[in-house]
Unconditional design. Structure first.
Length: 306
């Protein structure tokens, strides 16, 4: 399969590294130092106690990319507009962009630029950490699920490509439930790991932290129920903790953002729960508090004590 990955951060690089084993993959990102390192020394992926280097093309200039039938969008929410512009440049006329981003609203933004018939939704529980330019870590081999729309054949082709490269993948017809299930897991993990400065596994093994996960997740589930959404989680709290345990060594994307003083995706994750709660008349005080804490961490980054 020929495809482009728009957003070569931790997640995009880990996916690109694996898919490049048996596919024609190109990485597109704005981080010049990372792109230069990949083109010069290859992309190094650390997994368990071993590491491997794989050479694949990477660029900051979408004008250099030949048209592709599939693009995977793995940028942070703040870069979705840029990713939509890049996808419009590099996709074939009937090509499809699948977003694997966190939170709500990204697919809608992409569809506004590309058209709904060219945008698919995906969710992943892969754990990925950026170690250094040109070097990433696979911190959890979670499942990636692709929506059956807008193209069932394309969804199965991508899922097959993932599985061939040892990345668990599947296809689902429940788009809304898919997105909300991932959102609820992120609500329980991302902000708390960033605030507590711990890897994902700490949330599952330390009772005091697990209690906070329950507070965040149960609020989100109440909002989903009020919205009439059926989520694909039999026990949302237990399954969120299971994801945290399965990706125990991973530093969540929000923790990585906070550690380097970068903007987070709090508004599309916990913030999305707060906004939906306000719309539906459902109180979400705990998630609102998490949003306030993360926003304060962002604002005080230059003054932080080491």
């Amino acid at each position: 399969m020929k495809l482009a990955i728009i957003g070569a951060g931790a997640l995009g690089s880990v996916i690109g590294f694996h898919l490049a084993a048996s596919n024609n993959v190109i990485l597109i990102d704005l981080w010049q130092e990372h792109i230069n390192a990949i083109n010069t020394h290859g992309l190094c992926c650390v997994a368990d106690d071993s590491e491997q280097i794989r050479f694949l093309p990477a660029t900051t200039d979408p004008a250099l990319v030949e048209p592709v039938p599939v693009a995977l969008i793995t940028v942070k929410a703040a870069q979705t507009s840029w990713a939509a512009t890049v996808a419009a440049q590099i996709l074939q006329p009937d090509g499809v962009a699948y977003t694997l981003q966190n939170g709500l609203g990204n697919a809608e933004l992409l569809a506004h630029r590309l058209g709904a018939q060219r945008v698919g939704q995906g969710v992943t529980t892969l754990g990925a950490t950026m170690v250094a330019p040109g070097r990433v870590r696979l911190a959890g081999r979670g499942t990636t699920t692709f929506s059956a729309t807008p193209s069932l054949s394309t969804a199965y082709a991508i899922a097959d490509a993932f599985r061939v490269c040892s990345l668990p993948a599947s296809v689902s017809t429940d788009l809304v439930g898919l997105v909300w299930s991932k959102l609820i897991v992120n609500v329980g993990i991302n902000a708390l790991t960033a605030i507590l400065r711990v890897p994902n596994g700490a949330l599952a093994t330390i009772p005091e932290a697990s209690k906070l996960v329950r507070c965040a997740v149960e609020e989100a589930v109440t909002v989903a129920q009020a919205a009439g959404i059926t989520i694909g989680l039999a026990d949302p709290v237990a399954e969120t903790l299971a994801v945290a345990q399965a990706t125990a060594a991973n530093r969540s994307s929000m923790l990585q953002d906070i550690l380097r003083g970068a903007p987070t995706e709090i508004e599309t994750i916990n913030g999305a729960i707060v906004r939906e709660g306000q719309r539906l008349g459902v109180p979400t005080p705990f998630n609102a508090f998490l949003c306030d804490l993360i926003t304060a961490l962002e604002a005080t980054a230059p003054l932080r004590v080491s």
